[in-house]
Design a protein around this ligand. Structure first.
Ligand code: GLN
Length: 471
């Protein structure tokens, strides 16, 4: 196993290993870890054939920036000719007609896409227990969840079934499973990576980002995926920072901490590990400043109103006429719609469609939807004010480490509360990374979250790299 992509690349360039061997290594691990249920499809033949082609390019010296990097992709992202299920029965056997821009950019740099990973249905969930294709297990303790909704991607990277994986983060679905599986997970700034080819959940929140075992691989993959795309009018036309080659951290940043968050409801060991990192940062000479994010406590409420509203609209397209599966029994068009959606969607997706339809309905729109939009603005203002005083903010990723499978499925509110620290930066759009900083008494990993200024992924990644190495 290579410590990171640059180590693999030097060996590839020196002829000490081949892309083919590397792909075989991961295919073997995928087979060994089958019980974890991380993959929904594995592209065995295609990835071996692709590996042979990339090996030739490496020999000729004209291989791309990601030559031979083995990547797994969450099954809400389109890959042409490969099924796209979104973890839902309603898209069983659906084949998209084009490849998502983010994935295509990786392929264009000679990365190998090894398969599609399991996830909560339409990316709705925090535990990967909402997939129509079965739960995913945490590789560190199979009785526990890996987090969600990108649980399969987190497990694939953590259990060494790929070098990097892609997830999506609408309310924490990259950072939370990264924390629960003990790896790095990056949610870029909203608009940094094109959403073309990503199945929409909540379009003004959805972000694509990488999981990796180290910061430099996450940085490299972000750089390749990022940048404007004509296929997504919300993708930012801004230069993409290059920091993967130089993650050195200059000790000039002021780091904001939020003492009000490290209190009740947060597992003791999570608070203790984060405090330890903060102490080390201080003793290493960093300027650490206490700040307040007064409206962060409303983020769960605002998030679940706004994202369900967007989801109710986005998921209206699954009507049995245009995409995927159609119910077999119906007597008229209306019944066809109803039966298709009743049979095709799982319980959590139905709950969100109902909630979203409710908050958008006449009479409730002002009370819920409009109010939540105002709260979204207040949360953005909190971050803008904080970033006048500090360069980066450090908070927990999750209130607890990985919980038991089945522990929270009976209580949606408890499940939603898991997202308490992640949803705010989706409401505001800011970039954020989760990095592993230690373990609790059950040897379960603890994540720390670093939030940065809009489009300043580089500083977020640099501090992450620094903490992983020096704290
Ligand atoms: N857990 C959150 C939810 O269920 C986040 C989902 C996501 O980021 N895709 O909505």
């Amino acid at each position: 196993m290579y410590k990171d992509y640059s180590a693999l690349r030097s060996d590839l360039d020196a002829g000490k290993t081949s892309v083919l061997d590397n792909v075989k290594y991961y295919l073997t691990n995928i087979e060994k870890g089958k019980h974890l249920n991380a993959f929904l499809s594995v592209f065995e033949e295609d990835s071996l054939a692709h590996a042979a082609r990339v090996d030739l390019k490496v020999k000729k010296g004209n291989a791309g920036r990601l030559a031979g990097m083995v990547i797994a992709v969450k099954d809400v992202l389109s890959v042409k000719g490969k099924t796209l299920t979104c973890g839902s029965k309603i898209l069983h056997n659906f084949e998209p007609l084009y490849t998502a821009t983010a994935v295509q950019r990786l392929i264009d740099e000679d990365a190998i896409i090894i398969g599609k990973t399991n996830c909560d249905e339409f990316a709705m969930g925090s535990s990967n227990e909402n997939s129509a294709y079965g739960i995913v297990m945490n590789p560190l303790d199979n009785t526990r969840v890996p987090g969600g909704s990108s649980g399969g991607s987190a497990v694939a990277a953590a259990a060494d079934m790929c070098m990097v994986s892609l997830g999506t983060d609408t309310g924490g679905s990259i950072r939370q499973p990264a924390a629960l599986c003990g790896i790095v997970g990056l949610k870029p700034t909203y608009g940094r990576v094109s959403r073309k080819g990503l199945t929409a959940f909540a379009s003004s929140f959805d972000c694509i980002g990488p999981f990796a075992k180290n910061v430099s691989d996450a940085a490299l993959v972000l750089e390749v995926m990022a940048g404007h795309d004509d296929g997504d009018s919300t993708s930012a036309d801004l230069p993409v920072q290059d920091c993967s080659s130089d993650l050195k951290f200059e000790n000039k940043f002021t780091i904001g901490i939020v003492p009000e968050l490290l209190k009740e409801g947060v597992q003791n060991e999570v608070c203790a590990s984060i405090s330890l990192v903060i102490d080390k940062l201080k003793s290493n000479g960093f300027n650490v400043k206490s700040i307040s994010l007064p409206n962060l406590k409303y983020s769960i409420q605002a998030y679940y109103i706004l994202t369900t509203a967007e989801a109710s609209s986005n998921l209206a397209r699954y009507d049995g006429a245009r995409y995927g599966v159609r119910a077999s029994n119906y007597s008229d068009l209306e019944e066809m719609y109803v039966n298709t959606r009743t049979e095709g969607f799982g319980a959590e997706v139905k709950r969100r469609i109902m909630l979203g339809t409710y908050v958008l309905s006449a009479g409730y729109y002002d009370a819920y939807y409009r109010k939540a939009q105002k709260v979204r603005r207040l949360i953005k203002n909190d971050f803008e004010n904080a970033f006048k005083e500090v360069d980066l903010i450090v908070i927990p990723t999750t209130p607890t480490t990985a919980f038991k499978i089945g522990e929270k499925t009976g209580d949606p509110l408890q499940m939603y509360l898991n997202d308490i620290f992640t949803t705010s930066s989706n409401l505001s759009g800011n970039p954020a990374v989760s990095i592993p900083i230690g373990f609790d008494n059950d040897r379960l990993p603890i994540g720390l979250q670093i939030i940065g200024k809009d489009f300043d992924e580089c500083s977020v990644l640099k501090l992450g790299n620094y903490i992983m190495r020096s704290c």
